[in-house]
Write a protein that binds this ligand. Sequence first.
Ligand SMILES: Nc1ncnc2c1ncn2[C@@H]1O[C@H](COP(=O)(O)OP(=O)(O)OP(=O)(O)O)[C@@H](O)[C@H]1O
Ligand SMILES: [Mg+2]
Length: 416
Amino acid sequence: MSAAPTTEPPPAFRGTLLICDDEEGPRLSLRVVFKDEYNLLLASDGRQAIELAQQHRIDVAVLDIRMGGMSGIEVLERLKFIDPHIEVVMMTAFETADTMRQALRLRASDYINKPFDIATMRAAVGNAFHRRSLAGEIQDSAEQLNHLMAELQNQKVEEQISRTRGDIYASIIHDINSPLTVISGYIQMMNERIGVANQLEVEDLLFIKDNLKTITRQVTNCIEISRRYLGFLRRQSEASTIVGVNQLLTDLAELVRVHPSVQNNEFSCTPLAEDVTVGVNGTDLIQILLNLCTNAFQCTQQVHRVEVSGEVLGEPIAPAQIHDGPNDRWLNIESFDNTVPLLKLTVRDTGPGIPAEVLPKIFDAYFTTKSTRNGTGLGLSIVQRLVKAAKGLLHVHTQAGAGTAFTIYLPARRKD
Ligand SMILES: Nc1ncnc2c1ncn2[C@@H]1O[C@H](COP(=O)(O)OP(=O)(O)OP(=O)(O)O)[C@@H](O)[C@H]1O
Ligand SMILES: [Mg+2]
C-alpha cells in the first residue's frame, strides 16, 4: 500500500477522516478499521496532512504525536489554523506531561495511547465526529441567527426611513401652508383693490408691484422649504447661511400682518436693541417663529396679545436653570451649543396657558388639541427639529390663565 494521499472526492453524506502517521503499520490498520464508515485521507507526514487539509474539508484527524519532520503538535496547530472546527485525536506513546498540555491547549479533542486497541480508537473517533457535527449544527444555527438579525435590523432601518419620509412629506405640506396662506391673503387684497376699478391709477400699480414682491418672496420660501426637506431626504446637510436677525423680525412682522389666524388679536414684534447674526437658514428661523406665532394666535378664541421680542445674552445658560416642571419644559439640551453670545427670542401670548397634563405631549408629532381641520399637530415637532439642527435650546414656560412663552436660544455672532 502506498503512502500517497488518497484524493478521490468523498461522497457528500460521509464525514472525512484524516489519518497521519509516519509508521505504515498503524496507518494501514486505521484504514482497515474506518474505511467503511468515513471517507479516508491518509498522510505519511505532517506536510502531506497539511496539503490534504488545504484541499479537502476535513471533519476529524487522527495524528501521531511523534513523527519525523513536522511533529504531531505542529500539524495540530496548522490544521486548527486552516479550520478551527477540525476535531483532532492525538496518538501518544511516551509523551511528557508538557507535550500533552500543549496538545490540549491547542484544542486537541482527545488522546489515545499507542499501541491502541480498536474499540477505544473507534469510540474516540466516533465522539470526535459527533462533536464535529454538533459544532457544525451550532455554527449553522448561529449563522442563521446572524442572518435573521441582520435582516431584522435592515427592516427596522427601512421602516424608520419610510416613517421619517412620511413625516418629512407631512412637514413640507405643513410648512408650505404658511407661505401659501400669505400668498392667498395678498392676492385677496389685490383683488379687493382692483376688482372694482375700471382703470388702474399709479398708486394701484405701485400697490400691486409691492404686493407682487411679497408674493414672489413667499413663492421663493415655498421652493426653499421643499428643497430643504428634499435635501434632507437625500441625506444632504445644507450649509447654513448667516442671517441678520432684525431683518428676519421685520419679515416676520410683515408675514404675520396678513396671516388669517391674527384676526382681532394684538401683535407686536420688537427688534433687538443690538442686531446679531445667527448661522441658521433664514427660512428655518422664520418658520420657527411663524409656527410659534400661529400657535399663539390660535390658543384661544378670546381676544389676546402676542409679542415677539428678543435680546442678546453675554452669559451662557446656567445648567441649574434648565429643569422641567409642571409649568416648564426644556428641549434639545444635549445638542445645545451653550456658547456666548446667545440670541434669545421669545414668542409670548396672554392666552389660557397649557394644562400640566398636556405640556409633556405638545412636541410629539401629530399631537394636537385642535380639530383636524385646524391642526395637524406637526408645528412644534418641526420647531423642535429646526432648533435642534441649529444647535439651539428650546424652552416653554406656561401659567394657567396667564399665558405661554416659547423661548429659543441660538448661538449668535455680533455684527462687525
Ligand atoms: N401658545 C400656546 N398656547 C396653548 N397651547 C399651545 C400653544 N402652543 C401650542 N399649544 C398646544 O400644543 C399643541 C401642539 O402644537 P403644534 O403646533 O405641534 O400643533 P397644532 O398647532 O395643534 O397643529 P399644526 O401646527 O399642525 O397646525 C396644540 O394643539 C396646543 O394644544
Ligand atoms: Mg401649530
